[in-house]
Ligand binder design. Structure first.
Ligand SMILES: Nc1ncnc2c1ncn2[C@@H]1O[C@H](COP(=O)(O)OP(=O)(O)OP(=O)(O)O)[C@@H](O)[C@H]1O
Length: 220
């Protein structure tokens, strides 16, 4: 599903964030991406989303060479990729329903279908009863679940998460990780960047490590 072949990434200020990185993630696999702060985890995720372009090397996602992708194809590529952020980036002046509906509204789906799909996603993360609430009234763990519902509402083949449990206590973090496992079990490829070594060691998934922008040992 994801192949990085000798990928390097230099930001505009000259900083080399990734050096000759290789990465291979199979379809329907769940993988943790780990490494210290600044190791290049977010950069790797941004390259998959085409928020950044590599300085060199080749990236294939879902059979498509991102380097050869014309600009007009980028929105279609991004629809295949659901993204969960640490701070979940919810809109606090909209309801939970409206937050989750956003990707479907942008894609122009009819209102009835939006209602059906948003409620299915909220049901999956256990938050259907909060659809009319404002997310500000929810706990941190519940807000993160709204972020996950929004990431999966258009049924992406690939789910990326950047420190999704960074602000949560260990119990809530484990719950969120199990939720990702449930999506993985129904065929979604999942890649999660996290510092939380204790949590990922307690789960049985492949681990990819970066160290100062390079592939590091300890891959499981
Ligand atoms: N837009 C940018 N411009 C310049 N340098 C950047 C930019 N984004 C990240 N960097 C640098 O690239 C390196 C890798 O950053 P990145 O955010 O990918 O690491 P990370 O492993 O995700 O870190 P964290 O765990 O703290 O989020 C860091 O040294 C960072 O300062």
């Amino acid at each position: 599903m994801i192949d990085f072949d000798n990928v390097s990434m230099r930001y505009g200020n000259g900083h080399m964030a990734l050096h000759h990185v290789d990465c291979h993630i199979e379809r329907e696999e769940m993988v943790f991406l780990t490494g210290r702060s600044g190791a290049g985890k977010s950069t790797l995720l941004k390259l998959i989303m085409l928020m950044e372009r590599p300085s060199s090397g080749r990236i294939i996602v879902d059979g498509l060479d991102l380097g050869a992708m014309p600009r007009r194809q980028i929105p279609f590529h991004r629809r295949k990729v659901g993204v969960v952020f640490q701070n979940h980036q919810l809109l606090f002046d909209r309801t939970v329903f409206d937050n989750v509906a956003l990707p479907l509204i942008i894609e122009g789906h009819p209102p009835r279908e939006i209602g059906r799909r948003v409620r299915a996603a909220l049901d999956k993360v256990g938050l259907l009863k909060y659809e009319k609430h404002n997310p500000i009234a929810l706990s941190g763990g519940e807000q993160q679940r709204v972020g996950i519902a929004r990431a999966v509402v258009n049924k992406p083949a690939l789910l990326l998460a950047d420190e999704p449990t960074g602000n949560l206590d260990p119990e809530l973090s484990a719950e969120i990780m199990h939720l990702f496992e449930e999506f993985n079990q129904v065929g979604v490829t999942v890649l999660i960047a996290t510092h939380d070594i204790a949590l990922i060691n307690s789960m049985d998934h492949k681990i990819m490590s970066l160290d100062h922008g390079e592939n590091a040992g300890g891959v499981r």
